[in-house]
Write a protein that binds this ligand. Structure first.
Ligand code: HPA
Ligand code: ZN
Length: 351
């Protein structure tokens, strides 16, 4: 258990989330509601029964259930509701900025248009900003179990909505689908002026992290926990300040690590690597962002100082404009979070 003071600190401190799949925020209750209104029969009888199926031995077992859940999303309103529900969570957890992944191919291959899904998501983002001031970025991901040709097709469809898109990423089954498979499409992404990220070093080896940097020219790595197996790679991550978006509860649930204490988070922080904490697919992994912060604080016996560093990292590693990054970093400094974290004063925070 962590102290109430640390718990409050985690809750109150403004944070950015940089690794969350919108389809992974699909709570069973909402999933059932949308399935019903779309007249779609699902295998499980109730939200409770569905939740009980959330036991995974690896990434693939999770992906099978996750794609099945996403299949009930058909209309713009469905994507709106899904996104708005996540933004409500952001508001309740003091997540002030979020960079959201979505998997267009999961939907377009079922006949849902790119326009339908991105319009629904974007309308919710606009409302979330108007209502709570939450800022966001959208990052479509290529599904690595599909072909590069398929990825290029999605990329071309996405170009019509380019003003809504910040960058492109790569997700789904890492094993058997190395970064090299997507070299061409990532080059096209770069040539069109988008940022690039990729899931790597989650189930796959550190080599996938190196290859994502070299072949795909990504500026941020999603997960990347296996990077610690390669000393030279760690050095490169520090020197180039390449952020890692680590997802602790996800890694535990998908058995990337046996126990939370096996996550190399302390090593990453000790090396001054820009590690960040994220929720990945919170509806499936048992916790949103603050739950992830609480879990690592408890496991690594961290205090406010480490939590503050991680919150600072979340803004430094974000795709916000420098001006906005500095605004949030200034807020963390000026509101006394640092002095509180250092034990200098006992001021009330988050007021
Ligand atoms: N890894 C790969 N693909 C994914 C994940 C993940 O953790 N979550 C959703 N798609
Ligand atoms: Zn992910």
């Amino acid at each position: 258990m962590i102290t109430d003071t640390l718990n409050n600190f985690i809750h109150n401190i403004p944070k950015a989330e940089l690794h969350v799949h919108i389809e992974g925020t699909f709570e069973p209750e909402l999933l059932f509601e949308i399935a019903q209104r779309n007249n779609i029969q699902i295998k499980h009888k109730s939200a409770e029964e569905l939740k009980n199926a959330y036991n995974f031995n690896n990434l693939q077992e999770f992906l099978d259930i996750y794609y099945e859940g996403a299949d009930v999303l058909l209309h713009e309103q469905d994507f709106y509701d899904l996104t708005f529900a996540y933004l409500q969570k952001c508001q309740s957890e003091n997540i002030v900025h979020t960079e959201i992944f979505f998997d267009p191919q999961t939907h377009t291959q079922r006949g849902v248009s790119f326009k339908t899904l991105i319009t629904g998501i974007n309308k919710a983002l606009i409302d979330g900003f108007k209502k709570w001031g939450i800022t966001s970025r959208l990052i479509p991901n290529f599904l690595r179990h599909l072909s590069e040709e398929d990825a290029i097709k999605m990329f071309k469809e996405a170009l019509e909505f380019r003003e809504l898109i910040t960058g492109f990423g790569l997700d789904s089954s890492e094993l058997g689908h190395p970064p090299a498979k997507f070299k061409k499409v990532f080059q096209m992404v770069g040539e069109e002026g988008f940022l690039r990220v990729a899931h790597a070093g989650e189930e796959g080896p550190a080599q996938n992290v190196s290859d994502s940097l070299r072949l795909l020219k990504v500026s941020r790595i999603d997960h990347g926990v296996r990077s610690v197996d390669d000393k030279l790679l760690l050095k490169e991550l520090v020197e180039k300040q390449i952020p890692l978006t680590v997802c602790p509860l996800s890694n535990l649930k998908l058995k990337v690590v046996k126990e939370m204490k096996d996550l190399p988070l302390q090593i990453l922080l000790d090396h001054n690597i820009l590690a960040t904490i994220n929720s990945d697919d919170p509806a499936y992994f048992g916790g949103y962002l603050n739950e992830n912060y609480r879990a690592v604080a408890e496991t690594f016996k961290w205090s406010e100082a480490e939590i503050l560093t991680l919150a600072e990292n979340s803004f430094k590693a974000s795709f916000l404009a420098n001006e906005d990054k500095n605004k949030w970093l200034g807020e963390l400094r000026n509101n006394g979070y640092r002095s509180f974290a250092n034990g200098v004063s006992k001021i009330t925070i988050g007021q």
